[in-house]
Ligand binder design. Sequence first.
Ligand code: SF4
Ligand code: SF4
Length: 177
Amino acid sequence: MKLLDMTLKYGNATHDYPFSPYAVPEGFRGKPEYEYDLCIGCTACAVACPSNAMNVELNEAKDKLVWEFDCGRCIYCGRCDEVCPTGAIRLGQNFETAVRFNKEDLIETGELELEHCLKCNKAFTTKKLIAYCVQNFLKVGWTQEVIDEKTKYIQTCPECKKHDAAGLITDYKGARR
Ligand code: SF4
Ligand code: SF4
């Protein structure tokens, strides 16, 4: 009788999911949702992901940067969401992530166009990342001349920058002699 009294007093303590939808609480860490249009291919999510669920690779044959998310490896830690500078990846509310027969169905991909180095023509980053940086240069209030100079700098690959910097050091050493 005591149990019956308690049941009448407190009502249902369980949910009838899956027969009706289950509303997750605020702050729930569900499946990461990818918004391709916002992705600039910066690779921050892949670097931060502790379980290698997110990978970003430069595919020279396709001349594309390939972004890939394998939900089967995700531990829902939210690191990708924290580090993404544009909001392209956000933890959503979806917790129903099972697939029927094929594990490949857990994988999502996005392909971004590559930018080629102004000096050696090697592909090294994405066009969207360069455009994102230029947008931010405009916000700083620099003159067009400075923006053009900085844009050329970011359109140069790290190897060419290193090469240029080595030349500068040689000149500097030479000047001191
Ligand atoms: S939630 Fe964590 S494990 Fe899942 S993709 Fe993002 S960083 Fe990787
Ligand atoms: S951190 Fe965001 S913008 Fe950068 S590659 Fe990942 S999803 Fe794209």
